[in-house]
Structures are given as C-alpha cells and as structure tokens.
Design a protein around this ligand. Sequence first.
Ligand code: F6P
Length: 347
Amino acid sequence: MARIGILTGGGDCPGLNAVIRAVTRRSFHRGYEMVAVHDGWRGLVDGDTTALSERETSGLLHRGGTILGTSRTNPYKVDDGVPQVLRNFAGAGLDALVAIGGEDTLGVAARLFAEEQFPVVGVPKTIDNDLSGTDYTFGFDTAVSICTEAIDRLHTTAESHNRVMVVEVMGRHTGWIAVMSGIAGGADVILIPEQPITVERACDELRKRHGRGKSFSIVVVSEGYKLTFESGEQREVTQQAELDQFGHVRLGGVGEQLAQEIEANTGFETRVTVLGHVQRGGSPTARDRVLATRYGLKAADLVHEGKFGQMAALHGDAIVDVPLAEATAELKTVPPEWYDVARSFFG
Ligand code: F6P
C-alpha cells in the first residue's frame, strides 16, 4: 500500500481537475491511497493535507479550476520552508507526490528532487504553453479557444464602427496565446515579447490595410510585449511592480497604452479589450480534457514505476516522460517560424 499526495500550484487553468481524476482513478485501481495537498506547495509547508476518496475525484472531467486549490507559495522563499515540506510529507505518511504546475511549481519539484531526493513526478500545466520538454501544456488549447471566440466577436463590432480593436491576452513572457489565437482569429497585427516589432511598424501595417479599402482592424497584443519605438525606447507595462515569491511582476495594461499610441499615430478610432482571467476560467476544451487525462494516467504510472524526477510530456502524438530539470531549465518561447505564419497576414 502506498500513499500518494497530489497538488496543483501556480495560476489555475482548465483541465486541472481532469488530471486529478485520471491520476486518482488509476492509482485507486492499483490499491493506492490518495491525499489532497491543499493550495499548492503551501499545503506541504503548513501540513494542510486530507485523504481523498474515489467519490470526491469523480465527476471532475469537465469542471474548470481545481478541487485542491492553488497558490504561488515557494517553499524556498519561506522561512524553514523546505524542512517543513519534508517533515509534513513524512508526517502525512506520503510515499510520492504528483505536482501539477508550470515552470514555478515544477521548478520547486525539480530542485527538491535534485537536492533532497524528494519522490515527485510532474504534470505540465499552464495556459501560457511556455514550459520546455513538452510540445503542449494542458489549458493552453482552452485559452486559445476563448481568445479566438473573443476575436471573432470583436470583428463584427469593429466592422460596424470602423474601429481598430486592440485585444490584450495573457501569456506572461511568451506570445503563444497571442500568436495562436491571432492566427485562428485572423488578426491584422500581433505583438509578442519574442519579436517586438515597433509601434510605428504596427501602425504602418494598419494604414496599409486601411489603404486597401478595409475600414477596421484587429490587433492582438500579448501582455508581456514591451511597447517598442523606433527611437529605441522599450516600455514594459505592469499592474504591480512588486515581485511574487517566484520573482514575477504582475503584467497587464499594455493594450490600453498601445491603443492610445495607435489612435494618436494613425487617427483611427481605437478600443481595447483585456480578456484577463476569463482565459483561465470554465470548462476545458475536448482536446485539453483528453491531454489532461493522458498526462494524469502517465503521472500515475511514473509513480507506480518509481520514476521520480520525471514529468509527463507530449512529443508529437505520444505521451512520454522527460526529466523535470530539463523541462524547467528555460522558457519555451515562440519560434520565429510560428511568428512568420502570423506575419504573412499583417496589414
Ligand atoms: O501563468 C498564467 C497566468 O495567467 C499568466 O498568463 C498571467 O500573467 C498570470 O498567470 C496572472 O497571474 P494571477 O493569477 O496572479 O493574476
């Protein structure tokens, strides 16, 4: 009999519950006990854990959010945090942990494994799709679908009013959501952190388009895009400069500033929509439900096989495992080829 803990850390995203369902279903079948670690790493720092029943972990496939709760607690930034994690893990009688998270949560898992031989396996979660070692994280497809639907809706009102619509999407320091939803929604300009084209260049593209007889445009901007000007000035827009326990600023607001620049530069009437946390809410898409389910089963198998320090990953169409250390070594940014696809439709 083994006892397996499970936690979800960092920003929530659609599909977390589907992973929990899959991990627990397979592990219960093997006769293992499952334990909920509440609110990410905070649950192990504070010893906040409870036994999970089969009943609690069914009916979750379509449900957004996470029944376990989540937080951005970093045990390495809390006094006595790591010793407390180790003590509480042992105190709860746990033999293994499944950590479902992005670069921050899994970065902690990778370090605990490397430095403490902590028996942990990872599942790659984030709407940002910025985790290395896997082709896609779950949650991303849902966020892209939500943004695409919003862009479609903004098209019709933009056309009626002859306006430029700026849509600000999440993604932190990578432009995956912006590029994919921008391509899918037919955006006329897409601005991302990896390829910071200038504001003047974006305005030229809009003028070119309007010169071809179009009277409206859609601009998708990623929250992490720094307003970049021909003068060489670059401006990061944040809501809160204060850093969280993982060293991140809270991004947001670039859309508003970009809209003002576009209106002043082109004279086109411009409006802004910030999609915000809507991108993380609600039910996962079918694709994310399937991916989350496959990841969950793989994580349960990794625990069963004692393959700790590994993360479930998608390579092509196959679910494989990769070292957590490799997955968290660097951010996965949008490759130039993807941006070229988007750029072919600018202006
Ligand atoms: O990492 C997911 C994400 O939604 C980012 O895209 C965004 O920058 C951040 O989390 C927002 O964080 P919070 O939930 O703390 O507002």
